[in-house]
Design a protein around this ligand. Structure first.
Ligand code: PLP
Ligand code: LYS
Length: 429
């Protein structure tokens, strides 16, 4: 399945109707560019899938995939809710003017400051991860005279097919209440007894970049089973995110409606069997909203050929703006921007500029011949790129640009060398 991208009549890459080389020239490289229409389309696809059923639902964009004021504003325009995991993401939502009632708050070690912040801004739902949090949140909410809506996060003991580091639903996980030891049963009782908490339902998340429906079905069945076993009538089941996307021609992602149809079927059946009204179904997709919409533009620099071994082609970014190849052995595909449809004539390993041998973006990429100054575009970099970017080697973080209908706009400005020393203080010792 060929990974989709758009080109103009000259065969040059365009993003949101703007030639990628123009974007590189105007904003510099490395540069993250989002095709906003694709972000909107991804949210709409989930909403349309739910609209085929007679269920209440929320498509909650998982902010961690790419958190920025502009992104949250687009999510709000598309009637998405928001799932945050830190005080910083709450602050970003506030700055974006996001309706706090539509925000949920995940995380396995929320601080008192973060919980108080959430309570003060009227954040819709707190997804309680563990007993330590449950007890503290009940007290903090009571002290403010608030009855806080919550979900309980369950570790559903479902192992998804994905990289070990991004699997989260297995029993041996740092996230959520354990089922087998009775933690879930205790937490449901405790939460129901707390007058400052309103237990809406249960939450689980099995992992990320998942292509099979089976794990989601098993997860939803587990949520139904747990609620029933604890004589708890759920108003919400939040099944998390994790829907896989296409990074290379080899990936075959499922259409959003396949996941939604399967999840709705399991939950409707469970509700019917237990005599419940069908609970609202919430999902928390991150990657599948922004991943394919994002492209990173780099400028080609030096290259090194080791005869009989390989050719390294360097770009002006790397693991600082995209840690995923180094961290998860993630695969990407690239095109040369001004000859995006030209046949591959060479094999090069795209290497970053960071002082690490592991700073490789793509091993043995098949591309047309590259010369210094060419713009190289890494496709499908919209998720967990900017959000996991670092300042390693004191390289400033790139700018982020949104492009739509032939127009572009910077939505996060490029950091400067001055920015990097902004927080440094002279040693007075
Ligand atoms: C609780 C929770 N929800 C949602 C997500 C978003 O996952 P993804 O970006 O794979 O859709 C994650 C990340 O894996 C998560 O931990
Ligand atoms: N950061 C991971 C996904 C983790 C999702 C958060 N639980 C990635 O890039 O694939």
């Amino acid at each position: 399945m060929t990974i989709p991208f758009t080109t103009n009549d000259a065969g040059a890459l365009t993003i949101g109707g703007v030639p990628a080389t123009d974007l590189a020239q105007q904003y510099g490289t490395p540069l993250y560019v989002y095709d906003v229409e694709r972000i909107r389309g991804a949210i709409r696809a989930y909403r349309t899938a739910f609209d085929q059923h007679n269920v209440d639902y929320a498509v909650s964009y998982a902010a961690k995939a790419f958190a920025s004021v502009a992104m949250f504003q687009v999510a709000a325009e598309e009637q998405a809710h928001l799932d945050v995991v830190s005080g910083g993401e709450i602050a970003t939502a506030q700055k974006a003017g996001f309706n706090m009632a539509n925000v949920s708050f995940n995380g396995n070690n929320k601080s008192d400051d973060e919980l108080n912040y959430a309570l003060e801004v009227g954040l819709g739902t707190i997804i309680v991860d563990n007993d330590f949090e449950l007890v503290r949140l009940a007290k903090l909410a009571a002290a403010k005279g608030i009855k806080q809506k919550i979900l309980l996060r369950i570790a559903p003991a479902v192992s998804a097919h994905t990289h070990e580091y991004i699997m989260t639903g297995q029993a041996d996980s740092k996230f959520g209440f354990d089922v087998a030891s009775g933690q879930v049963a205790d937490a449901i009782k405790k939460a129901e007894a707390e007058t400052s908490l309103d237990l809406l339902g249960l939450h689980a998340h099995i992992g990320s970049q998942i292509f099979e429906i089976e794990g989601f079905v098993a997860e939803a069945e587990k949520l139904v089973e747990l609620a029933a076993a604890n004589h708890f009538t759920p108003r919400v089941f939040d099944v998390g995110g994790g829907f896989g996307i296409q990074y290379t021609d080899d990936d075959k992602p499922l259409a959003s409606n396949k996941f939604i149809d399967a999840l709705v079927a399991v939950i409707e059946k469970g509700a019917h069997a237990n005599g419940w009204d069908t609970p609202a179904i919430w999902i928390e997709p991150g990657r599948s909203i922004v991943g394919a919409a994002g492209t990173t533009l780099y400028t080609a620099g030096s290259s090194k050929t080791i005869p009989g071994v390989r050719t390294y082609q360097t770009v002006d970014g790397g693991m600082g703006d995209n840690i995923r190849p180094a961290l998860y052995q993630a695969d990407y595909q690239a095109v040369v921007a001004d000859q995006a449809t030209a046949p591959a004539t060479t094999t090069v390993t795209l290497a970053g500029k960071y002082c690490e041998s592991g700073d490789i973006l793509i091993k043995d990429a098949k591309l047309p011949a590259i010369k210094p100054g060419d713009i190289i575009a890494l496709l499908s970099t919209g998720a967990y790129g900017y959000s996991m970017a670092s300042l390693y080697n004191r390289n400033p973080r790139p700018a982020v640009v949104f492009a739509e209908n032939g127009k572009s706009q910077e939505v996060i400005r490029r950091e400067t060398w001055e920015d990097l020393t902004d927080h440094d203080l002279d040693y007075q010792g």
